[in-house]
Write a protein that binds this ligand. Sequence first.
Ligand code: ZN
Length: 611
Amino acid sequence: MDFCKSTEWLGAWVATAAIFIAACTRDTEPPKETPADFVARASELLNKSARSAELAGFDFRADGSPQHADALALAQLEQGQRQAELWRQAGLYSAASTSPVVERQIRLLRMPPTMAAPFDKKLAAELASVQKELDQYYTNAQECTGRPSTCRKKMDLYDILKDPGRSPRDRLTAWREWHDYGVGIRDRYRQSVELLNRGARDYGFEDAGAVLRAQYDMTPAAFAEEYERLWEQVRPLYESLHCHVRTKLVDRFGPDVSPGEPIPAYLVGDMWGQYWESFFGLMGVPQGDNAVDVTQALENKDLKPEQVVQTAEGFFHSLGFEHLPAQFWKASVLEKNPEKNTDCHASAWPIDPANNDVRLVICMRLKDEDFRTVHHELGHIYYYLAYANQPFLFQDGANPGFHEAIGDTLALSITPDYLQTIGLAANDKLSGSRDLAQLMKVALNTLPSIAMAATVDHWRWKVFSGEIPPERYNRGWWEMVRKYQGLAPPESRGEADFDAGMFFHIIKARPYEQYLIAALLKFDFYRALCKAAGHTGELHRCSFYGSKAAGDRLRAALTAGRSRPWPDTLRELSGSDRIDGAALVEYFAPVAAWLKKQNEGRQCGWDNTTH
Ligand SMILES: [Zn+2]
């Protein structure tokens, strides 16, 4: 899902890879502390800056005032400088001269932060100032897209794009209003790219994209290959879904959509062609195959935001996890306060997990989407709490994708049976015919979001490497959108536009690689936990709710944090040290079979060349 873990900005840097230690530059002066003393001191310093940065980040999300923006920029700047200084000092230590636990921490200290600032203080301050401006730009746009007399809120525009009932004209106007706003930051974005590349080079990397790809216990090149392998496992299913959806859109929107061509981006899914679930009604899933309507169920129960969170908490508790700490309920923001400029992009915050201070920011609406988002965010929260007693440098996900996958793994267990168990769905007899509808809804969100992730990552890697230079930002963006998503711009868009600019993770300089990885990992985790829970039969019917055996396996993985390479943790959880897209394919088997039948005789796919 497109929601985030608070620490993406500062957390992804604690990755490890034996390969990088070999490339350490060494200062000539011998170290004054033992490796163990150095690691202890570094951890204390980093923990201190992390706590301030998390709190500043939370305050800014809860209320995006200029004061909070300043405080956050300052905290991040200080943190970046501290990391750079400790990175240099860690270069004095030989990896082989100490215990494995200390050695691993030194390796982690030698990893660069993602989106690292340059070592030069003036340039680092410049980056902080540019990034602050970009953050503020986005925050302001959320409330009003720029023309004071006619402006609309981001959520209103997003809602229009999610509604297949709106006319093509309304959709296009809303699409344009949000995307056109990107023009105002094109130059600032270019500056940020230059400064981030400078930072990456200071740490010995080719460019900032290589640093993003270096966070996974493998070289940037090996990660890019792994990424392609995983995308190729999903691509046939995405193209099959695309083919069926395109046919149905011809019925809905007429000649604006052409068989054999990419779908105009403003006509499907949402603002970014990322989640298509709201188009479910057009899909022609046979009558009688009604999925359980979670939104309706939540409305019928008239649940309060706290109760929605308690439901998700109940799932974790059923697996043997503790209840959420008191401070969570006291300090979290669960509803939008009209007096405050809350950033409604849901987020989970490890303010001080060792002392039970973890928090959630969400502007809860009683919708299926938010119900799943709460599970996603609690996945982050329970991960923070599970590894809180590890040494500071191990307090992170096994890899960044793990962190994103945990809550979603539980969300896959929100089956009709589970909803009946917790009293959210009517206790009528379920028929197998419901499976297709339920699965199609999940597919309509999952598969396009994976294709969208491939667009974002490939575009940004090419922007950082210079393969897509500033004068081709927009053309390069649409090449990637076309290639991976099979979508096209709604009209002639040129280099006066900056259509990638208003995507949250791009303007905010957040890593995105973890989402594609997580989208596949969660099915891997789910299959493994279902097996642990003793599930037999079709995978998608499994809910491991209430299974202590599944809970024990999950807790062991979460507690390990980043104390060892992630393939070791994955092996313990799933039995294999490689991520396997086959679990996703197995889950969607009924959808794949149905789509195959629907698509018989249709011209699927699209020409990948840009016109
Ligand atoms: Zn997340």
